[in-house]
Ligand binder design. Structure first.
Ligand code: SF4
Length: 283
């Protein structure tokens, strides 16, 4: 059995930098991370072991310094945190900042902002947090529920699948032919690279394993993308999830991982795939 590792997989620079910043500040004094720094349990437990606190709500912060995650937050929310007397360390990924700028431009130029993304995702809440009116869409029903506007300005959560985003933009254009629809593509480059590399392996593989946290949006998007090209796709959070029966009669196994997945987690999954494949071969 052959294992095909995707040409681009695993942790992106935005997540790596955010984790490095968290470790740096943890050494300097007490720090609370507001929300999940990354959607990966092994990374989070390593930080907690260093004494970093994690709070989902600013009301639960008991340290003088808080860190905003790579997913970013709105200017309104930053001002609210600072008004409480807290010092803010921003680990916002520069590509999330690019998306914030795109949304601000659309709003300033009079477009009704529509974000393609998950309504409750922390990044989407950050992207929309300074807007009084906006919509968030992710499927056809969401587009059907939109009210007509003369000008729509569409941007995306950085980790959405490009195909989904383009489909949503086409639907909005089709539904509102009289409206101007301006689209700014804010899906980040690492997400695009991981998606296209995942398609390349999924086309060739009998089985694809996607490694990443269960609540990681881009990992789930990779699973969906691979499933369009390969019938046997499995999502593994760690090596413990990998089952030998997944590899029955498989000759080529594709391996990819979401942008919050550490290298060592991917390596352990790959080692486990080899063990399971051996077991499957002996059956
Ligand atoms: S997925 Fe993209 S936007 Fe998000 S942290 Fe990584 S590089 Fe930045």
């Amino acid at each position: 059995m052959r294992i095909l590792r995707a040409a681009h997989l695993g942790m992106c620079f935005g997540v790596r930098d955010a984790i490095a910043l968290a470790h740096e500040h943890a050494d300097a004094g007490p720090l609370t991370i507001l929300g999940d720094l990354v959607h990966n349990p092994s990374v989070l437990s390593a930080l907690e072991a260093k004494g970093l606190a994690v709070a989902q709500d600013v009301a639960d912060v008991n340290t003088p310094t808080v860190m905003v995650t790579a997913h970013g937050t709105s200017a309104r929310s930053l001002a609210g945190i600072r008004a409480l007397g807290l010092t803010v360390v921003e680990a916002t990924c520069p590509l999330v900042t690019v998306a914030h700028r795109a949304v601000a431009t659309l709003a300033r130029e009079g477009y009704h902002v529509v974000i393609v993304g998950q309504r409750d995702h922390v990044e989407v809440r950050g992207l929309t947090g300074d807007l009084d009116r906006f919509d968030v869409v992710l499927d056809d029903a969401d587009v059907l529920a939109l009210e007509e506007r003369p000008r729509f300005g569409v941007a995306a959560q950085t980790t959405q699948a490009v195909e989904t985003v383009r489909h949503m933009v086409a639907l909005i254009r089709g539904r509102f032919p009289q409206s101007e629809v301006r689209f700014i593509d804010t899906v980040c480059k690492p997400t695009k690279q991981r998606q296209s590399a995942a398609v390349a392996i999924a086309r060739q593989a009998d089985v694809v394993i996607v490694v990443g946290g269960r609540s990681s949006n881009n990992t789930r998007e990779l699973v969906k993308t691979c499933a369009r090209y390969c019938a046997r796709v499995h999502h593994a959070q760690t090596d413990a999830d990998v089952r030998s029966e997944w590899f029955d009669a498989a000759e080529v196994v594709g391996l990819t991982a979401g942008t919050s997945t550490p290298d060592e987690v991917i390596d352990r999954v790959e080692a486990r795939i080899r063990l399971c494949a051996d077991a499957a071969g002996r059956r």
